[in-house]
Design a protein around this ligand. Structure first.
Ligand SMILES: Cc1ncc(C[n+]2csc(CCOP(=O)(O)OP(=O)(O)O)c2C)c(N)n1
Ligand SMILES: [Mg+2]
Length: 548
């Protein structure tokens, strides 16, 4: 029998690395979901709601390079749209498959459920358009061509795409044909000129450094970037949203660069360099210490996904995947030792009945991390502290630094756990953020996944307390939950759970967590104002942050 519309799409998604699709079922999507559930190559991963499914697909894509979710018409897809927008902002190619009413129902402008009751059926596709880089309604005639176009577009831009399946067409045989598309190549002359310009600039520079950026990881070029950095012998620093792009234990790693807000030695060195080579960095507010980085354009080289800039000269149509290997071949090697050694969060302090202060907490977390951990951190005070931990080899650190939608981390950690092939999965979230999406904890238990989860309970929205006018204002307060009871109530029966209110209790819980062979959930209770350093620094620099 010939392949159906949805079978074609699923086969091609599997070809590019997708073996799980997150979602919530619904009648208009049954023709899609029936096939996913019966597909031997792709797991149907049910989620508690569509927003969580979108975040889970995002977390999965951070590890695997691509991700997918599937929702029903209107009610389902609109619930997911915040998550898809986040994947757009954060450069993650997530495929959003949604079911639609049948073509006759649409043609009759019928008053069916999940519509606005105005006979219009293309509204939700239109709503999705600004948060995806391409979209299509899949018919037997178009599906082959459109699938290839959408895959190529998603992979080129590293952004989500939207696919809608009218319910009467999803299981119809494919009528058209198409070949997988090749991604655009670099313009050879522009590529060669860009490589020459970079090599000349770096060779002429007395001092130079690299800022490795997350777009290189999004493009699957971590190894290629590492090879270039090794070949050049250049020191490298990392910005917040780029944390862990390259190994922090490497002798060339000099620490976190966060403009004027954090490590002054790193800032002074980076900004004094004759050339700073940014590879796949994105200069957002939280990536630049609230825009306090000061990089002189004349001394800055920027390698983007599709374009390179050396000083004020732009080299268009230069693909990052092409330029990095060329640079590794042609760059001169420096052998001088790195000018700085990356710092750590300091010695572990406190013990016994001592309260868990910020000074007690963050070094404990840093010490808890092991090689090959995958760490998912939520927007809020905890990620702003952990961003400056000195990570062991092979650890990846994930944060939604640009989109910053609280609630992301818990389902994203679930998606990452589904994608994970080795090592531990650690989630660190504030309790305020956790309240948005905490029910997704149940999905870890359901699939027998064993994350280590830390929920920082500081009695409210701490980071907001530091950013708003009146820290004690009522909108930063929360309903008090018994967090440590959540996993058991949500079906994670064998998990180790603990509520730590003192350093001693936290040490005990961490000792158990380090050896546990079940899921772990630790509520860490601190004072309302126990804040990491960056949070306090942001407070001091509010005017810079808000450009006022
Ligand atoms: C979806 C969404 N709603 C609101 C916000 C605004 N916001 C940013 S941080 C934050 C509070 C986070 O609190 P919590 O998770 O408890 O972390 P803490 O800073 O207290 O450690 C809020 C409400 C947001 N970023 N995203
Ligand atoms: Mg909080």
């Amino acid at each position: 029998m010939s392949e159906s519309v949805i079978e074609y799409v699923l086969r091609r998604l599997h070809d590019i690395g997708i073996d799980a699709i997150f979602g919530v079922a619904g009648d208009f999507a049954f023709p899609i979901h029936d096939v996913i559930v019966n597909d031997p190559n792709i797991d149907w991963v049910g989620c508690c709601n569509e927003l969580n499914a979108g975040y889970a697909a995002d977390g999965y894509a951070r590890l695997r390079g691509v991700g997918a979710l599937s929702t029903t018409y209107g009610v389902g897809e609109l619930s997911a749209i915040n998550a898809v927008a986040g994947s757009y902002a954060e450069h993650l190619p997530v495929f959003h498959l949604t079911g639609m009413p049948s073509m006759p129902v649409q043609a009759a402008r019928s008053l069916v459920h999940h519509t606005l009751g105005n006979g219009e059926f293309d509204l939700f596709c239109t709503m999705a358009e600004p948060v995806v880089c391409a979209s299509a309604i899949m018919t037997p005639q178009k599906v082959a061509y459109e699938t290839e176009r959408l895959i190529a577009t998603a992979l080129y831009h590293r952004r989500p795409v939207y696919m809608a399946f009218p319910s009467d067409l999803a299981n119809e045989p494919v009528l058209g044909r198409a070949q997988p598309l090749e991604l655009p190549a670099s313009d050879p002359a522009s590529l060669d000129a860009a490589v020459t310009a970079i090599v000349d600039a770096v060779d002429a520079a007395g001092t130079a450094c690299v800022l490795p950026g997350m777009l290189a990881v999004r493009a699957g070029l971590r190894d290629s970037l590492q090879a270039f950095v090794e070949a050049s012998g250049l020191p490298y620093a990392t910005m917040f949203g780029d944390k862990s792009v390259l190994n922090e234990q490497h002798s060339s790693y000099i620490g976190m660069y966060d403009g004027k807000l954090m490590d002054e030695d790193v800032r002074a060195f980076v900004e004094s360099c004759d050339q700073v080579l940014c590879v796949g960095t994105v200069m957002t507010d939280f990536n630049t210490g609230a825009f306090t980085v000061a990089l002189d354009e004349a001394r800055t080289i920027t390698v983007g996904l599709h374009r390179t800039q050396v000083g004020s000269t732009a080299f268009p149509n230069v693909e990052m995947r092409d330029i990095l290997p060329e640079l590794a071949k042609r760059v001169s090697s420096r052998t001088s030792a790195a000018p700085l050694r990356a710092g750590s969060l300091g010695e572990v302090v406190g013990g016994g009945d001592d309260p868990i202060t910020a000074e007690a907490l963050y070094p404990r977390w840093e010490r808890f991390f092991r090689p090959e951990d995958t760490i998912i951190t939520e927007t809020g005070s905890s990620s702003m502290g952990l961003g400056f931990a000195h990570l062991p080899t092979g650890v990846t650190f994930h944060n939604q630094t640009l989109w910053g939608s609280i609630g992301w981390a818990t389902p994203a950690a679930f998606g990452a756990a589904v994608a994970l092939s080795h090592g531990r999965l650690i989630l660190v979230t504030g309790e305020g953020s956790h309240q948005l999406t905490a029910q997704e904890i149940s999905q870890f238990g359901r699939r027998g996944l064993r994350p280590i989860i830390f929920v920082l309970n500081n009695n409210g929205y701490l980071v907001e307390r530091f950013l708003c006018k009146d820290p004690n204002i009522a909108y930063n307060d929360l309903a008090a939950w018994n967090y440590a009871e959540i996993p058991h109530a949500l079906g994670c029966d064998d998990w180790y759970t603990a509520r730590a209110t003192t350093c001693g209790e936290l040490d005990n819980a961490m000792t158990v967590a380090a050896q546990a062979d079940t899921g772990v959930y630790i509520e860490v209770v601190t004072d309302t104002y126990a804040a990491s350093k960056l949070v306090m620094q942001l407070h001091e620099n509010l005017a810079t942050l808000y450009n006022t």
